[in-house]
Write a protein that binds this ligand. Structure first.
Ligand SMILES: [Zn+2]
Length: 344
């Protein structure tokens, strides 16, 4: 959390968390909501059968002690203000005062009209509970019948890992969701990664046992996504108005046929692989790919004002892309989304 939102001191607890009965005449609605939803008990000797009672004592430690001020105890937990102000509510003919109020937030209580226990938990340790609750799935139980024969028991080995995997409980709604194969998650919009390479340096994948001639004859060697893009620029007029990264907005890569085709519907965002400046020419090629539209050959990428430059770096200079430090500024701000400070 941002430091401004942390409520790090005790003074900031009281405005957000209330643990007191309110004035019946001043705020009648909230008074009744607290009475209805935020009172613990009655328990103790008045109601020994209350669910919270364990060994004749309230397991939640109600009623709490009267306190004039909110404070933090030695373990870092808050002890809320519960003043002895003479206010009480009548629950099942038992008079309960501020000592029996469950911490609540006025705004949330008023809005949702339900029991919402609000706690101050300004500790890193709380976060693990948050994620645990979100990801843990439903509660479950595993039940089986076993012979209570001493000899039998001692021979039985317990496979805890197997038990853990095999007894996940799914509720009816989750089960039906999966039976109907509804999406568990999805991604939007679709993104296509656009590889590129220097002339003659496309990636080639082969097995140990493959014959070198066969490998070189593979269609994937002659038709990389990048080379096919340039080929496309030769045949489609509208392709020439698009840079490589814009290309997937109007064209679709057909992986089986290894070629680009006109897009009929939908839309996709192109992403050109990031390249470290230390790679030299590949880095300068990438800079050019973000500027050049519709090149049909590698030479055309290196061409500026009808001059073919010997290297991609020279072409970048000709394009005025390297006269200032801007390419470094752009590279650093792009890398800042994923790189660490040390890397930057
Ligand atoms: Zn209790």
């Amino acid at each position: 959390m941002n430091a401004d939102h942390k409520l790090p001191t005790v003074d900031q607890v009281d405005p957000f968390i209330s643990v007191e009965i309110l004035d019946k005449n001043e705020v009648p609605e909230l008074y009744y909501l607290v009475k209805e939803f935020m009172i613990h008990g009655p328990c103790g000797i008045e109601n020994i059968k209350c669910l919270c009672m364990v060994d004749k004592k309230c397991s939640k430690n109600f009623p709490k002690k009267i306190r004039e001020f909110t404070s933090i105890n030695g373990k870092g937990y808050p002890v809320y203000r519960r003043r002895n102000d003479g206010r009480f509510v009548d629950k099942s003919n038992v008079m309960l005062d501020n000592r029996s109020v469950v911490p609540y937030n006025k705004t949330l209580l008023k809005r949702y009209q339900a029991h919402i226990n609000m706690e101050w938990c300004n500790q890193a340790g709380s976060i693990k509970y948050l994620f645990k609750y979100i990801n843990k799935g439903q509660d479950r139980a595993s039940i089986c019948f076993v012979q209570s024969n001493q000899q039998y028991d001692s021979q039985e080995s317990v496979d805890e890992i197997k038990d853990y995997y095999s007894c996940r409980y799914r509720s009816a709604c989750e089960a039906s969701w999966r039976i109907f194969s509804y999406d568990i998650h999805y991604k939007k919009s679709s993104i296509i990664r656009l590889p590129f390479h220097l002339p003659g340096q496309q990636q080639v994948i082969y097995e140990d046992s493959d014959d070198i001639e066969d490998v070189l004859d593979k269609p994937s060697v002659a038709a990389s996504m990048f080379l096919e893009w340039m080929k496309c620029n030769q045949s489609y007029l509208e392709a020439c108005t698009l840079s490589y990264v814009e290309f997937p907005t109007n064209f679709v890569w057909k992986i089986d046929e290894r070629k680009w085709e006109r897009r009929k519907r939908g839309f996709s965002i192109g992403r050109i692989h990031a390249v470290s400046p230390s790679l030299g020419e590949a880095y300068y090629l990438r800079i050019l790919l973000n500027k050049v539209k519709g090149p049909r050959t590698f030479d055309e990428i290196k061409t500026f004002n009808n001059v073919v430059y010997p290297t991609f770096r020279d072409a970048c200079y000709a394009y005025d892309l390297l006269d200032d430090d801007n390419e470094y500024v752009e590279a650093i701000s792009e890398a800042s989304f994923s790189g660490t400070g040390y890397y930057l």
